[in-house]
Design a protein around this ligand. Sequence first.
Ligand code: NDP
Length: 476
Amino acid sequence: MEQAEIGLIGLGVMGANLSLNIAEKGNKIAVFNRTPEVTKKFYADAGELQGQIIPCETLEQFVASIRPPRPIIIMIKAGDPVDQQMELLKPYLSNGDIMIDAGNANFRDTMRRFDNLKDSGLTFIGMGVSGGEEGARHGPSIMVGGTEESWKRVEKVLTSISAKFHGEPCVAWLGENGAGHFVKTIHNGIEYADMQMIAEIYGILRDGLGMSASEIGEVFGRWNAGRLNSYLIEISEKVLKATDPISGKPMVDVIVDAAGQKGTGKWSVIEAQNMGVAATAIEAAVAGRVLSSQRTERLAAEKLFGLPKASKPQDGMAFLADLENALLAAKIGAYAQGFAVMAAASKEFNWNLPMPIIAKIWRDGCIIRSQFLDEITSAFTKDPDVPNLIVTPAFADMVKETDGALRRIVSYATMSGLPVPALASALSYFDAYRRGRGTANLIQAQRDFFGAHGFDRLDGVDKHHGPWGSGLATLA
Ligand code: NDP
């Protein structure tokens, strides 16, 4: 029997759809699932794609069905299950075989797994896959980390199944070991910020302007035809216009306002801190989800404090235009922060992450896909080493055009008691980033006062101490 080009373990939501995508693009694939009934059902449902699929009930049969060196995608629950599955698989593998973790792994686990296999003759790829179920089935965005040699073995299959933006595949090898999973983590961090900002704008439209869900859907629909064109705005319109078949009310109005999270947003924030990069909009988005989940406390606090009355803006049309521009300005801040975190990690781990290529492979297939990413691609292609997206000529022009609107919207929301943590933090990030003379001189003086840390002077003298020795003695 003809051997499979690739194997896949884990026929859950993502694995099943990815396998069908692989088979549909003309690649023969061997599949295995811990629970054999799942494999049987998957194969029975595969219809005309059955000819491209080898269903396997044992790992031995599975491995023997794949052409060496064998690329094996592991698409199972992230964390310990991946280590367990790798251990079970190892005895059947030979030199050069490649285990590919395609789940949402913490990139530090990926680095560990990669290192552990170094002297075994086997190799490891950490592969971020974005686009959810639909993306997996019809074309995800794929971020690959591993050796260049192992990438060459899988490049053809992965290119065939990836999303295409105007014909260009949304898959790339981004660097060694944890590079792919790190970039996927930051992708998700940006996604958190993007979603939070859209939700904050929704809050202003709902609670400030008193608009109905379907009216807000209309607004998003119009924006989707402009510069905010993106998958997240597109689905927000659809969601806002949907009706609950049970109550007949708008669907969003019957959904509990407590957002879940699985960890990639939190990892983005932790890694931003580890790299010493300010990622305030992403942090605000993660904190926003945390606060959203404290629903009982929020309901009690509303009883205690009440809510400020939101004033209706004088000129509704001008206000809507401001909201659109404010969202764009804040979005620029969030993406700038995400790319800055990746630039820092690239240096720290010697990945040499290709920023224009990362923007390119996010243009389609993934959750944050948008027109905007095409503009980021152009900006980074012209200047791949720019320290911050905000200062590229195209984005600097956009910021100059839209930051006033963001300022007005954040002011309005603040005066109306409407929470806009991500929008406000993006604005403050910009204000802090573009101010040549900040206020940390006072912090340095305080640190020197209580801890004798010393400070650098503007006249060029370093490690200087202030004249507060006697003050220290008095306070002590
Ligand atoms: P599902 O819950 O649908 O499927 C989980 C799969 O993992 C099943 O095949 C299950 O096998 C297998 N599994 C669980 N524990 C073990 C174990 N200890 N050993 C072997 N196999 C095990 O998950 P998804 O398909 O949604 O997610 C898979 C991965 O993809 C996760 O890392 C997830 O974070 C990531 N991901 C998910 C996305 C999504 O939109 N859903 C998007 C991008 C990435 P069994 O049938 O035997 O239980």
